[in-house]
Ligand binder design. Sequence first.
Ligand code: CA
Length: 379
Amino acid sequence: MDVSITDVEAIGVSATPSEPFGYAQAWVTDRTATLVRIEASDGTVGWGECWGPIAGTRETVDEFLAPKLVGRDPLAVERLHDELVDASRAAYMSTIPLPAISGVDIALWDLRGKLLDRSIGDLRGGRRREAVRAYATGHYFKHEADLETQFERIADEAVANAEALGAVKAKIGLRLLGYDHEADVGLVERIREAVGPETPLMVDANYAYDTATAREVGRSLETLDVRWFEEPVRPENVDGYAHLREALDVPIAGGECHDLYGFDRLFEVGGLDVAQPDLCDVGGITAGRRVVERARIADVQVVPHVWGTPVALAASLQLIATLPGDPWLEFDTSSNPLREELGSTSIDASEDGTVPIPPGPGLGIELDRSAIERFRVDR
Ligand code: CA
């Protein structure tokens, strides 16, 4: 196939959620992403997505990565990935701009799939399933009159999500609103009571605690049949992860803030039961598959972290298509106009709560160009 890359463009998009919502570390007042569009000489286009703030990432894609890609073979994705990482390491003094490289990598895989008329799952290990069970992420904090109102609204939301998807993940870390970890345990008790004993319930602390407090909270979560305790401590606290996994029976999850080397360290010390790479941050499909291979050796389950536009969701589904075992999809139910409006077709749960994995070439989705223009942030 005689094609080359002719154009690479980063597009910042931003939208306002219906109302601000919070988790242990911050209030979310806007939803942003940097999309990457890569075009080949035959006119085929691939799309990718970069995690995080637009500023910096957009410029890195347009001014640093794009010139290294134009004229190159779009099918040689892993070679290009490694070249970009190595060139960035030298240029950025070891601080590799992984969100930018992630968006480029996903766009290259989408492009490669479209050129070869195969889905990324087909190209990258083989599709093992056509649909995946999902759990609902949501249940965030909002500005409420008191804790009782807060608990009641979150419990109602969890019941609705449990009915639609069959499994839910609670957010804890009410310190954002000035409460301590006992309030967090109270919230999980309330949700468990509301959704009943059969609903799989996960808990995410977004590193709200020090190790000792996390241990205390973890012991309470064990009595509530919690499926996993996510990001109990700061991502840099690798020893804390190892300690908690040793001390607690509740499985330990994490990794959305880690790169490949961070995962390696966590696997080495036995700090994880569930690894959660974010494809828009860890280094795209290429790095995501490398985490999967390492996790397989370490005997750790992989459940990708998903938080973004339909591109992030579709990329995660393509990785999930290739996973061994019985994986989960993290299904974000929080307010995000980008997720709701950027795709030409939406990715939704079926009646049975599973989410179909798009079978089409590349990511298996198309984007709505007029919606992209509507949310586009100009420089
Ligand atoms: Ca999380």
